[in-house]
Design a protein around this ligand. Sequence first.
Ligand code: ZN
Length: 506
Amino acid sequence: MSESNQKLEQEFLEYVKKISAFEEALSLVYWDLRTGAPEKGTTQRSEVIGTLSGEIFKMKVSEEMAAFIAGLWLEKDGLSDVTRRSLEECKKEYDLNKKIPAAEYEAYTKLVAQAENVWTTARATNDYALFEPYLEKIIASKRQFIEYWGYKENPYDTLLDQYEPGMTVAILDDVFAKLRESILVLRQRVEAAKHQPDPTLLHKRVSKEHQKAFSMRILAKMGFDFAAGRLDDTVHPFATGLNTGDVRITTRYDEDNFKMAVFGIIHEGGHAIYEQNISPKLIGTPLSNGASMGIHESQSLFYEIILGSSFAFWQSNYKDFQEITAPAFDDVSVEEFYRAVNISESSLIRIEADTLTYPLHIMIRYELEKAIMNGEIGVADLRDAWNDKYEAYLGVRPGNDADGILQDIHWSGGDFGYFPSYALGYMYAAQLFATMSKEIPNVSEILASDDYTVIREWLTKNVHQFGMLKKPLAILQDTTGEGLNPEYLIQLLNDRYDFIYKLNEV
Ligand code: ZN
C-alpha cells in the first residue's frame, strides 16, 4: 500500500473513532432519558437527541466519508481485517443514505415522525383506518427506496439484508415452512395433552425487591460483569452498550407477574454479556456492536430460553427462588413450577407469546411484509389478511385492531424487514447449542450446576468476541459447520414440550 494511502487509512480510523464517540454520548443521553431523567427536562432532551443524531448522520454521509471510501475501496484487500470491515460497513451505510435523493429522504423522515404519532392514537382508539393513509405512503416510499438501492432476486431481500446481512427470502421461505409445519403439529399435541400444567400455581405476589434479589443472583451466575454494567428500572426494557466496559440493562417489575422481570432480566443480560465480551480491539470502530439483530437476539434467547427455561436450570435455582420468595412457593414442587412457567397458549399479542407460538407471530408478519414489498397486497386488504393468518396459524382472530394489526410500532417507523430477526434468534440459539453440546459433552450438568463460566466462554470464543468483524451466516457456518438449519430448534421444542406436557404418557 502506498504511503499516502497509509495516511488515509489512519485518518479514516480517526474519523470513525470520532463518530463512535458521538454515538456513545448519544446512547448515554438516551439511556438517561429512558431511566431517570426529570420530566420537565424531557422536551429539551429530545431536542438534544435530535441534534446529536443529525450531526452523526452528517458525518456518515459527508464529503470526507466519500473521500475515504473512494481512496481506500480499491485497495481494501490490503487493509487489516478491522479497517476493511469498518470500511465495508461505512460504505454500506453511505450507499443506503446517498442513493435516496435528499429531498425524498427528508420528506420520508417527516412522514415517519408523523406516522408514529398517528399510530399511537390509532392504536388507542382501535382505528386502523386512521393509520391506513400513512402506512400506504410509508410503503410507497420503501418500495421506491428499494428501486434506488437495487435488489437481485426479491425486493424484500434488500430490507432483510439491512437487519440480517446475507439473509434472503429464498432461505427464509424454506426454513419457515419447515418450522411452521413442525410447530403446528406440536401445538395440536400440546392442546390435546391430558396432563396440562396448572398456571394458577404462579398466581402469587412477589415483591419487586425479591424479584430483583433473585435476578441479580442469576445475572452474576450468567457471567454479567457488574464492573462493566448496571441494571436500572424503565417502562420499556432494553439493553444499551455504551462501550464494552459499560453495558446497561433495564427492566420493569410487575408484582403480580414475576415472570416478566425475571425472564426479562435474563434476556437483556444475554444481550449485555454479548457486548461486554466483544474484543477490545474493535472499540472506536463501527464493528464494536453485535453482528446483526438476529445474532444479538440469539444471545439473549440463549440465556432466556436454552438456559433459563431448561428444567436443569430450575432444578439448581428453584431452591434459591423459594427461599427468597418464602413462603409463596413453599407448596409448589420444582416440576409443577417449571411446567407452569413454560405453558404454551395461542394468543393475539406477539410480545406476550410463549416460546412455541412466538415464531408463528413472526411468520405472519414476514409473509405480509414480503407480499407488501412485492406489490401483492395493498393496505386496504392488510387487516383482513392479518386476521385470516392469525386464525389459520394460531386459531385466534383479533376482535379489534389494537390486538391485531396495530399492536407493533415497527411499520409506523418504516421498519420492514426487522421482524424475521426475532425468529432467526431462536433458530441460531438452538443451532449453536447443538454444537456446544457436542463440544462440551456434560453441558446439561453445567446447566444444573452453580457455575456457567464454560458456557459463557464458549459463546465468547465463537460469537461475542467478533462483534461485527464476522457476518451472521459466517458466524453460524464457522461455528456449527453448516448454514441455517431449523431442525435444531424443532428438536429442542419437541423435547421440551414432550416433558412439559408429558406427551408420551397416556
Ligand atoms: Zn432482545
